[in-house]
Design a protein around this ligand. Structure first.
Ligand SMILES: Nc1ncnc2c1ncn2[C@@H]1O[C@H](COP(=O)(O)OP(=O)(O)OP(=O)(O)O)[C@@H](O)[C@H]1O
Ligand SMILES: O=C(O)[C@H](O)COP(=O)(O)O
Length: 395
């Protein structure tokens, strides 16, 4: 059983709260605060109850452009919450412990990016994670640990799986909500339609295979790069530019995997048409008309596909959307994503998962989904039926 905030009397208690505020960062500034806002309920509830809150989080990956300090995150949380939120440039040293010890009731401090420490970017079994410097160093300053970082729950890293061995542990409200919705996918209304787009072709093939073999999906609609790979697997001649894109992205081997999947499951649909750029505009090509002269990569699904898929989606009991249908960042190629996602809001129940997917929803101003997951990889892991290490550690 997982304990939640309902089981915690937080008055005066030093709570180590792991959240996922990994966000786009530009010039040291936060380019998007959606993930911070997602954790406001959990943090406000704790602080309103008089907890003393030490926040743990990661930002980016070592070597990446977005591998940054958490000072800007602390400032933004301070604005979002009615309680003071400070920043401390240490994570588990005596400076960090002293800062946590000095917290007053109803105060929070954001400790430094956990991934500044090498062990945090490694995967461990929980017992071993409990013995890392980060967990051993910080645990004595804490009374309890609370994990709200659903979006990172597929990682078996010390700040996510190490503390429950040492401290009484709880799930936060984001974690609870995500597990309630995504962990109970079998109980959602049918027919259940999965719309798989985006650029992570290998992951999407894995998800499609798993949900069909486990009878979770009645239909799988493919779009985005995975749709193009399925078209190539079926022999469609999409032109050199699309083939080169798929090859350069390292997905050439996935064409055979996609072909095997299509042979095994006729519940999978592929696009009827695609959109390419011609003279600076969107130009649509029907797959039935191929081979045709196409000198640009397929960047979106076309309007016939939007209509056919849209009807299936609207009539779904549950639609699960992962990955945009096209390069939504460029207006002419946002049509597929907009069309399919708008159709999803008319289905009985709609669930959206994925970091870029959630960004697309915000950028296109789409509204009316039943659940927008904070997680990309974590949501997919759960929807594929695999356990999440951080959730298992809480159990
Ligand atoms: N036809 C296409 N050609 C090239 N890129 C595409 C195409 N369709 C979608 N994309 C790109 O796919 C990217 C998003 O894919 P991704 O699989 O990362 O989404 P996500 O699952 O929501 O994200 P994550 O798993 O990281 O949380 C977008 O940047 C979009 O431009
Ligand atoms: O953005 C995410 O999906 C999570 O924060 C996990 O980040 P990671 O993929 O760098 O582990």
């Amino acid at each position: 059983m997982i304990r939640t905030l309902d089981d915690l009397d937080a008055e005066g208690v030093a709570v180590g709260v792991r959240i996922d505020i990994n966000s786009p960062v530009s010039g040291g500034e936060l380019a998007d605060d959606a993930r911070l806002r997602a954790h406001v309920d959990t943090l406000a509830e704790l602080l309103d109850c008089g907890a003393r809150v030490a926040i743990l989080a990661h930002q980016g990956r070592p070597g990446g452009d977005d591998f940054a300090r958490l000072a800007a995150h602390a400032d933004r949380l301070d604005e979002l919450l009615d309680h003071p939120v400070d920043y401390c440039d240490a994570t588990f040293s005596s400076a960090a412990r002293d800062r946590v010890a000095a917290l007053d009731v109803g105060e929070a401090v954001v400790l430094e990016n956990t991934r500044f420490y090498a062990e945090e970017y490694m995967e461990f079994e929980p017992e071993r994670a409990a013995d890392t410097h980060l967990v051993r160093g910080l645990a004595p300053a804490l009374d309890v640990y609370l994990n709200d970082a659903f979006a990172a729950a597929h990682r078996s890293q010390p700040s996510l799986v190490g503390f429950p061995t040492r401290l009484p542990s709880y799930a936060g409200r984001v974690m609870e909500r995500e597990l309630d919705v995504l962990g109970a996918i079998e109980e959602t209304p049918t027919p259940r339609v999965y719309v798989l787009g985006g650029a992570k072709v290998g992951d999407s093939i894995g998800v499609a295979r798993s949900v069909l073999e486990r009878d979770l999906a009645d239909t799988v609609l493919t779009a985005g790069v995975i749709g193009n790979v399925c078209l190539l697997a079926g022999g469609a001649e999409l032109g050199d530019a699309t083939a080169e894109f798929v090859y350069d992205a390292g997905y050439w081997d996935e064409i055979d995997r996609a072909g095997d999947l299509l042979d095994a499951h006729d519940e999978i649909a592929v696009p009827e048409d695609v959109a390419v750029e011609r003279d600076g505009d969107r130009h649509e090509v029907a797959v039935a008309d191929l081979p045709a002269e196409i000198d640009a990569p397929a960047m979106d699904v076309g309007s016939r596909t939007i209509a056919t898929y849209g009807e299936i989606i609207e009539n779904a009991g549950t639609v699960i959307l992962n990955g945009p249908a096209g390069v939504f960042e460029e207006e002419p190629f946002a049509e597929g994503t907009r069309g399919l996602y708008e159709a999803a809001t008319r289905a009985e129940q709609s669930i959206v998962g994925g970091g870029d997917t959630a960004a697309a929803v915000r950028q296109l101003g789409l509204d009316g989904f039943d659940h927008i997951s904070t997680g990309g990889g974590a949501a997919l892991t759960l929807l594929t039926g695999d356990a999440l290490p951080a959730v298992e550690a809480l159990r």
